[in-house]
Design a protein. Sequence first.
Length: 606
Amino acid sequence: MIKGHQEVLEMMVNGRPLSDILHKLIRIVETIFADKICSIHLVDETGEMLQLAAAPSLPGEYSRSIDVVKIGPGRGACGSAAWHKKTVIVSNLWSDPACRPWRDIARRLDIRSCWSLPVLSASNKVLGTFAVYSRHVCTPNKENVKVVEMLSFLLGEIIEKYHAGLKMERLAYLDPLTSLPNRRYFIERLEQALTAAESERSKVGVLFLGLDWFKPINDTFGHEMGDRVLQVVSRKIREALPQTKVLARMDGDEFAVLSRIDRIEEAELLCKQLLRIMEEPLYYAGHLFHISASIGISLFPDHGGRAEDLIQHADIAMCQVKSRGKKDYGLYEPKMSEKIYKNFMMVSDFNRALRENEFVLHYQPRYHTGTSKIQCVEALIRWDHPESGTISPLEFIPLAEETGFIIPLGKWVLREACRQNKAWQDQGLPPVRVAVNCSSRQLQQDDFIPMIKEVIAQTRLSPEWLEIEITESGLMRSEHTNIVKLRELRSLGIHISIDDFGTGYSSLNYLMQFDVHALKIDRRFVQQIPNAVIANTIISLCRSLGLNVIAEGVETVEQYEYLRRYGCDEVQGFLFGKPLPAKTFEMLLRKNEILVRNTSINAVQS
């Protein structure tokens, strides 16, 4: 008995399957009781049924008859033992009323008696039953009962530890927020799929799905609301996928799908189905959310042979989709990794570039449609890289935002623009405002206002000659705090304009609270002229609110004449001049006029 106990413990330590351990326990009892046969039942997930877990010596026909036993009084020896939580002894199966369902088969197989003990947890919860059958009408003696009770107690410990291990294993593979499998589980399943696909010479597809427009939910409503919305979205994705696909939450608002496929078209069809599901508006807690998705695809063996490589490549493809406008899917291409490397090198050069004065400002004029004079000049950054040449802000500004480098870079832009404007004024040139773009990340900094005050003091530029441009979507993040900051800026005498107006989601209520001077019509709406419904609406809105309206991206005479006729106050775009270096811009500033005659426009251009 002691030797058998030690063997069972060794099996537990070595992580042997529960079925092996249960069979070993039964063999121990059957060795002690040479004329006895044993079975072990375990309680199922409902807690209402017993399922046969081990009965190596019991005739197959009888095993099948007791495969599932309902827990309850009068439900045979095992069902009754589990119900009453005490040993039930049936000395004669052939005549006991509680065993009527098994009477005929017991007669046929010559099974006469059964003793069943409940297997209990430390908290007295029923885990299963341990039954001993005999081919004779008999009852156990004290020694028999003692042995079986010891083994029943040991069985309780084994089952509890097994369930605890299962729970820990599930937790190790489970995302606690969404209850979806996690990254670890996904990688292991992907590795298994790759092994099978390699032997079968088949394909495996990895879809990396990132939610669009999710961060503003956290910024606007808080992380608790964001978590609840993420739970709803994850269920939405799960329900849209066939059960054969593996879905996992990888991190934050990113998910991955594993699919065995024969053709790339299958992966594309799956992406289209997911995108269509994601287009449906999501209602939660009285709010309407529009959350789309961007999806990247990588394939085995085309895009890699390792699980991590396929995940990384699908992630890269997803990022490319986001960079070109979101709400779409794309297949990984090797050149995408080259771009990732290029971006990495660019980020590593940021601090050196700032230290070595590689960043420069160019200036683009903004004309008043009534006076034809330069009303303002917008400062636009460029990067003169010693090896790569001039780098467009479209390439490095998103990276600066992502890494936080936009904070020191934004301060440099503000200081340089103010310094240059003051230098022009000191030369006796016509004074104009200089407009500087500030990102939402800068606006969220606690020292945003003190930083602007410091720069104004250092450069000695009067605040009336400075304009701060903030995007509409940037203002809507922490809008209550931003309202206070804008009022303080305005109290200093600084002009404030909302950039890219019409592309965000600000309500009229908040717009009236934002203490700004002007709205800038986004260039996309200017390009729609003469079919300019949104541009007309913005102009009318500005008139009613007493705000100036500015149009950017004006490229044709037709656009200019239309905007002037409908009351746009200021215009900016390539029609009047591209952004110019400071020295070149001085020529335009000295002349400071735009000639408009017979719809022909003359201006200093380059």
